[in-house]
Structures are given as C-alpha cells and as structure tokens.
Ligand binder design. Structure first.
Ligand SMILES: NC(=O)c1ccc[n+]([C@@H]2O[C@H](COP(=O)([O-])OP(=O)(O)OC[C@H]3O[C@@H](n4cnc5c(N)ncnc54)[C@H](OP(=O)(O)O)[C@@H]3O)[C@@H](O)[C@H]2O)c1
Length: 311
C-alpha cells in the first residue's frame, strides 16, 4: 500500500483501520488478526479513542488492547496512532477543558504504552469551554511532545474554521485533519441523525476541506456493513439508484461493493471540489477486512468516477 503525505507532513496509508470495538465486541484474537493483516498489507493508520467502547464495556478496552498489540509486535515507530478526547464515558469525561484534556492524554498514553500520540482529535465540539482554552491546552501538549498533530471530529464547519483562525492568530497548533461521517450513499434530508454530532458530510464541507487542503478521515464509511447486507444500512441514508450504481460497478469489476466504495473514496480527490478522503473502516472478521482492502488498488477512470458521482 503506497503511503500518502498529508498537508501536515504526516505519512499515512490511504485507508485507516478503526479499532473502536477491539477488546469489547471484537475479541483480542480477532482484533490481532485484523491488525496484523492491515500492517502486513502496508497499513499504518490506526484509529481509537479514550472512550472506546464504553457502551459495551468501560471505555478503556480499545486503547488497552492496542497498547498490548504495539508491545507484542514491537511496532510503535512504524504505525500512526490516532486517539481522541472529549466524548462521554459513562456520564463522565465529556468536554474539552484544560484539566480534562490533560487528564485524558495521560490516560491514553498509559493505556497505549507510548509517550506520544501521532494524531490527537477533539472528538466533538465543546461549546461550554472557551475555544482558546482548548486550543492552548492542545498546543501545550504538542510543545511537550505528547502529541504530534491535531484533528477535529464531529465539528460544524464554521467552528472548525474558527478554531483554526484562532490558532493562526495566537500562533497555536491548528487542526490539520477532520474526521467526520461520510459514505457513498447520500444522507436523507428529512431525517435527523440520532445524535446531532453524527451528521454526514455535506458538499459544502467537502469544498471547505478542499480549499483548505485538509484531509477528511471518513468514519462509518461502509455504512455499518450495509453495502453487503442491505438491512444494515442506517435509516438516515437514501437507498435507491445510488446503491444500485455502486453495486453494479462492483459486479463489473469483480469486487465486493464495500471495496468499490473504498476505491471511490481514495480516488475522489481527483474530482473537482473533493478533498483527500481517507476511508476509516472496521471489521471483526479478517476476511471481510481483506475483501474491503482490495478497493485501495482499484483503478477507476475519470468516466467511472463521474458516473458514480452523478448517480
Ligand atoms: N469520530 C467518531 O465520532 C467516530 C464514530 C464512529 C466510528 N468512528 C471510527 O470509525 C471506525 C469505523 O466505524 P464503524 O464501525 O462505525 O463503521 P464501518 O466501518 O462503516 O462498519 C463496520 C461494520 O461493517 C461490517 N462490514 C465491513 N465489511 C463487511 C463485509 N465485507 N461484509 C459484511 N459486513 C462488513 C462489519 O462487520 P464484521 O465485523 O462482521 O466485518 C462492521 O459491523 C471505528 O472503528 C472508529 O475508529 C469514529
């Protein structure tokens, strides 16, 4: 897998591996199989959070399992670890105040068994804390070497832009990666997502990212397995012509539909108005994961991309 260099200089695989369920609903053995397969294929970009997966356990499991795997494989310096702060963990931990960020970064480093995180995301916005406090605290972590790069997830575009304007004005470290929900299917305009933060990316946001040269790390990009098993498609997506279009092209190319979605995403930056998109996906089953990974090597012509975009 050929690495790409992001605008902040970070060198990552064109697809990222989601570790959200590792250690809870995905067993240690299955998680190790997927992690090993991803790295064997040249992958290096692994995504977790300080609260994964608290709805199925304590919230420490994913980072703890990753820490064990990094130690067992001795590969810390060969992978890019992204983790997050700011979301709830059993009613605690939500927010981006100075003392919260300082507490949770040390917890993440302890669980991961490392002294730095390559990419640290604000997991969601915190309108109750002055933005300056949050950005100054993140910047201090960069200066101390605990964190290398910053990202924002589940932010409104205007708040993300404001944070970066503030960073520029105060000479602080900006957010150089955005992580947001994005897939090939269009979201339904008539149905609000269950959580306000959980909105899929709009065309306007994609143009903003393109203009600012900020990559989009696209979570839930395989629609929870819905490209393979239709009844798993979350209710807030439109199914219809677009689903048919991507399934038909996948059949023509002899890959599964999820792989075609991955291929579409990694090639999207070739189309006008689209930023670099890094699909972030997960699997508990290494066979599924390897099938989906075939998308990275897919060749899509300009006409094929245009057909998919038009559907
Ligand atoms: N920033 C945020 O707020 C946020 C929110 C959600 C997620 N994330 C990150 O994004 C990562 C991925 O998110 P996600 O789990 O929501 O979405 P996803 O990758 O779109 O979906 C994962 C699901 O798809 C199924 N699947 C994948 N390939 C399949 C195949 N070929 N056939 C059948 N089923 C298949 C998997 O089932 P199997 O296990 O059976 O393969 C799994 O249940 C997470 O691990 C996390 O790191 C971030």
């Amino acid at each position: 897998m050929k690495k790409i260099v992001l605008s902040n200089g970070l060198e990552v695989a064109p697809v990222a591996l989601g570790a959200m369920n590792f250690g809870t609903t995905t067993s240690k053995e299955d998680a190790y199989r997927v992690l090993d397969a991803y790295v064997d294929m040249g992958g290096n970009f692994i995504d977790t959070s300080n609260n994964y997966a608290h709805w199925a356990g304590t919230g420490d499991e994913s980072e703890t399992l990753l820490g064990e795997w990094l130690r067992d494989r001795g590969c810390r310096d060969r992978v890019v670890i992204a983790t997050k702060v700011g979301f709830d963990r059993h009613g605690k931990g939500a927010g981006l105040k100075k003392e919260q960020i300082e507490y949770w970064i040390d917890e993440s480093l302890r669980k991961l068994g490392t002294d730095y995180v390559d990419l640290y995301y604000a997991h969601t916005d915190d309108m109750g804390t002055p933005m300056e406090e949050t950005m100054e605290t993140f910047h201090a972590l960069v200066k101390k070497g605990k964190v290398r790069h910053l990202g924002g997830s589940n932010y409104d575009t205007w708040r993300f832009a404001e944070a970066n304007l503030l960073a520029k004005e105060k000479k602080l470290t900006p957010y150089t990666v955005m992580q947001q929900k994005f897939t090939y299917l269009h979201p339904r305009a008539d149905m609000a997502p269950k959580y306000i933060f959980n909105e899929a990316v709009s065309r306007e946001r994609l143009r903003f990212l393109k203009e600012k040269d900020i990559p989009l790390v696209a979570y839930s990009c395989l629609a929870k397995g819905g490209y393979e098993v239709s009844d798993r498609i979350p209710a807030d997506y439109i199914v219809g012509d677009r689903l048919e279009a991507v399934r038909a092209m996948a059949r023509e190319k002899g890959v599964n539909t999820s792989a075609l979605v991955v291929g579409w995403m990694v090639n999207l930056h070739r189309c006008e108005g689209f930023p670099r998109v890094i699909p972030l996906f997960a699997s508990s089953r290494v066979e599924h994961f390897m099938d989906n990974l075939r998308g990275v090597e897919l060749t899509l012509t300009d006409e094929e991309l245009a057909d998919l975009n038009r559907a």
